[in-house]
Design a protein around this ligand. Structure first.
Ligand SMILES: CC(C)(COP(=O)(O)OP(=O)(O)OC[C@H]1O[C@@H](n2cnc3c(N)ncnc32)[C@H](O)[C@@H]1OP(=O)(O)O)[C@@H](O)C(=O)NCCC(=O)NCCS
Length: 141
């Protein structure tokens, strides 16, 4: 485990494995590499135990994925990743950070609310298990 940094190419493999272990199977090697290499793409990590995927398209930035391996949870890693994401997004001209979260995902909801995100919309029955998606926004101003 190290401090939050942009993932290197060598780190992509372990981060794909983490994404899959957490159930985010859409994030394959090509997708993470494309994010890393694209202007505005953010692939942040503290090592093989955590990842954050986001996209900055000023004036908005969007968080696509944040995940921490179960054994490393509750130590503030997601908080650090999200703060670094806010910093990067602001530096690239974004005024808002947006995300979508399942309404029953309590750990993620608490994480986002603690950082000041507010619910700005709801998509009913959006997820395959019938859960609603909450749209959340944080002003970076
Ligand atoms: C959501 C997730 C990223 C949080 O990671 P984490 O590193 O454990 O989070 P942190 O340690 O930074 O905790 C942040 C805050 O969230 C809250 N929190 C974390 N886990 C929680 C839980 N199980 N229940 C309630 N609150 C919780 C804590 O209150 C904490 O604030 P505090 O330290 O001030 O008390 C992690 O649980 C995870 O990877 N979940 C699976 C993937 C996922 O659902 N991602 C979100 C959708 S993309």
């Amino acid at each position: 485990m190290s401090s939050v940094h942009r993932a290197s190419e060598a780190e992509i493999g372990p981060l794909v494995a983490l994404a899959h272990a957490l159930g985010f199977s859409a994030y394959d090697r090509a997708a993470l590499k494309a994010t890393r290499d694209r202007p505005g793409g953010l692939l942040l990590s503290t090592g093989p135990e955590s990842l954050l995927v986001a996209e900055v398209l000023a004036p908005e930035a969007e968080l696509h994925l944040i995940g921490v391996a179960p054994a490393f949870r509750g130590r503030g890693l997601a908080t650090s990743l999200l703060l670094a994401c806010q910093f990067e997004a602001r530096a690239q001209g974004a005024e808002r950070l947006l995300l979508e979260v399942a309404s029953r995902n309590t750990p993620a909801l608490v994480l986002y609310q603690r950082q000041g995100f507010t619910v700005v919309g709801r998509r009913r029955g959006y997820y395959r298990d019938g859960d609603d998606a909450l749209l959340m926004s944080l002003s970076l101003g």
